[in-house]
Write a protein that binds this ligand. Structure first.
Ligand code: ADP
Ligand code: MG
Length: 586
């Protein structure tokens, strides 16, 4: 076949394949246009998951007749003054969104500028353009997209259910709304119950509207500037992590983006506190010099490229780690909510105020009964102490009792604090390891007689290879025949721990990480395994001064609100919560 130039219509359909992937991408382009036009109020309406109708109305600058005609042409934009691409301050600049949408749907654009006496309308139905006709309307622009992909069965096939497409639309609007807190957003139409976010310009208020008050309560503010990057936003506490990434919001210069550098930085910053398959909630806003970032690497502009990715990464990691460190021992407040709901009041067979009939017990939640049963068993040790006078001055309070040989019961001024001693101690040991490691090899203690541990040959070889790294962590071992290693020194931090279990655990880790990353990058993971072994196991009885020492150390140690697996180390029940549980407050 000879080479030929493609007709305009076909070019637009090809472009549409990249820009207009699904209804949500149409919404994104249209709302971005409204924001670029200076709108203060944007109303998004969809029906049929956006397939039958998408309508975006704004009160922005509008277009006159000439602009209206050009707006639906390919590569026609008002947003690039000179012909450079390195100083882009608008969301759009490629001039292909409206042309692409017009190629795969029925597009109706109506617009009116401030000084026009009437509005004007143009229609494009699968690339066939109509003439311009008058249209009564207020200042601004209304774009309607009907029957999206009606003539493109290949595209229709890949769309999900109406509900899923509508959810994707809402997600796009959320991201745009977060980036533009001064714009009033309305999301409406038969796809959902209406959402109305007034734009008073307060970012914190907008984050609350979009991500929920829950998030705001369980997040710490970010505010740093380094490597020419200004980082602001809110970072969720590790215990508030989610099972997917929908609660992660990334913005660069007001543009919502999906970027590997940022994703990687957030993952790294939370690596110590959140399980790998969990996602911290975060709203991250970056400001960088527009010339330091290329936003033209993706047709829908969802991805970008930083000139100094390393600098951005370290700025983001620093910002998050500092903010979480300042939050210190704070654990998520939703944990207490979970606890309270676990302590549900048993349902009575009848609501008579007479003495509770004994069969009432049978209707109690199983956990409740188990807890009561446990109290009677000898393994549940209970000790009460006289409250020392200065109890209110410590955030985690003063120890009052130890339950089930693992939970410390403490009281501060107005709350009951329950601490998981094993989880808490694990975190303390882990943090000590890290701070010791920061200033050289970790201190070790000599074994009187080397401990010989038998292991499969591959494990012995892996341990042997890892020996220099393990020595930095205070674990000195050497090969002892084909299927054994001899341990001469162990990390002093671990005290008298189960050396056999520790070494086997590390060997398991080495096998799992085999050949993936350099061992140096795995130090944290090895330390985590060591810390787990060196911690006060549940089942150990602590004296009251030991308990208080643990509480005071938690208050001093960063990140002590979560164990190294991201679980909370303590929960707090406010006196008011207790009163609520017992129905004392009305
Ligand atoms: P781009 O946004 O990349 O310039 P589009 O195809 O999205 O390309 O839009 C083309 C042009 O149409 C824009 O540059 C702008 O001048 C005009 N336009 C589009 N939508 C609006 C709107 N809602 N209000 C005012 N002008 C608009
Ligand atoms: Mg645009």
């Amino acid at each position: 076949m000879p080479i030929r130039h493609l007709p305009e219509d076909l070019i637009n359909r090809i472009a549409a394949g990249e820009v207009v992937e699904r209804p949500a991408s149409v919404v994104k382009e249209l709302v971005e246009n409204a924001i670029d036009a200076g709108a203060t109020r944007i109303v998004v309406t969809t029906a049929g998951g956006g397939r039958s109708l998408i309508r975006v109305e704004d009160d922005g600058a509008g277009m006159d007749r000439d602009d209206l005609v050009l707006s639906v042409e390919r590569h026609a934009t008002s947003k690039l003054e000179d012909d450079g691409l390195d100083d882009i301050r608008t969301l759009g600049f490629r001039g292909e969104a409206l042309a692409s949408i017009g190629a795969v749907a029925h597009l109706i654009v109506s617009s009116r500028t401030a000084d026009a006496t009437t509005g004007l309308r143009i229609e494009v139905d699968r690339s066939r353009k109509s003439g311009v006709v008058p249209q009564a309307m207020n200042r601004g622009t209304i774009v309607e997209v009907r029957d999206l992909f009606a003539g493109v069965p290949a595209r229709l096939k890949f769309l999900k259910s109406d509900r899923a497409e509508a959810a994707a639309v809402a997600d796009v609007v959320k991201r745009l709304a977060m980036a533009n807190p001064d714009v009033h957003f309305v999301l409406d139409g038969s796809d959902r119950s209406p959402t109305n976010w007034p734009g008073d310009g307060d970012l914190a208020a907008r984050v609350m509207q979009v991500m929920g008050a829950d998030f705001a309560e369980n997040a710490v503010p970010l505010q740093t500037s380094r490597h020419g990057v200004v980082v602001t936003g809110l970072a969720g506490l590790p215990t508030y992590s989610r099972a997917n990434s929908l609660s992660q919001f990334y913005f660069v210069n007001g543009r919502s983006v999906r970027d590997k550098v940022l994703l990687g930085a957030v993952r790294a910053a939370y690596a110590d506190f959140v399980f790998r398959d969990r996602f911290p909630a975060i709203a991250l806003f970056l400001s960088v010099d527009p010339a330091a970032v290329d936003v033209n690497v993706h047709p829908a502009k969802a991805e970008l490229r930083f000139r100094d990715g390393g600098g951005v990464r370290s700025a983001v990691i620093r910002a998050i780690i500092d903010a979480l460190g300042e939050a210190g021992y704070r654990a998520s407040s939703t944990v207490a909510d979970d606890v309270i709901s676990a302590f549900r009041v048993p349902e009575m067979a009848d609501a008579a105020p007479s003495p509770i009939p004994s069969r009432g017990y049978q209707t109690m939640p199983r956990e409740f009964v188990a807890a009561i049963g446990g109290l009677a068993e000898p393994s549940a040790r209970y000790e009460a102490f006289e409250p020392p006078p200065e109890e209110a001055t410590y955030p985690l309070g003063t120890a009052r009792a130890q339950m089930f040989e693992n939970f410390i019961v403490a009281q501060n001024g107005d709350a009951l604090v329950l601490v998981d001693q094993h989880a808490a101690h694990e975190r303390l040991v882990y943090e000590k390891f890290k701070s010791q490691l920061a200033s050289g090899p970790v201190a070790s203690q000599m074994q009187l007689i080397p401990v010989v541990i038998e292991l499969p040959e591959e494990d012995c070889s892996r341990l042997e290879d890892a020996a220099p790294t393990l020595e930095r962590l205070g674990l000195y071992l050497e090969r002892f025949g084909p299927r054994a290693v001899a341990v001469r020194e162990t990390p002093a931090l671990l005290g008298q721990s189960d050396i056999d279990g520790l070494v086997k655990d590390i060997a398991d880790g080495l096998a799992e990480w085999d050949s993936s990353e350099a061992l140096g990058d795995r130090l944290d993971a090895i330390i985590a395994r060591m810390a787990c072994h060196g911690s006060v196991r549940s089942g150990r009885v602590l004296r009251v001064d030991e308990m208080n020492a643990l509480l005071r150390e938690m208050e001093r140690t960063p990140h002590s609100g979560q164990c190294i697996h991201g679980r909370p180390t303590y929960v707090e029940l406010k006196k008011a919560d207790l009163e609520r549980m017992f129905g004392r407050t009305r």
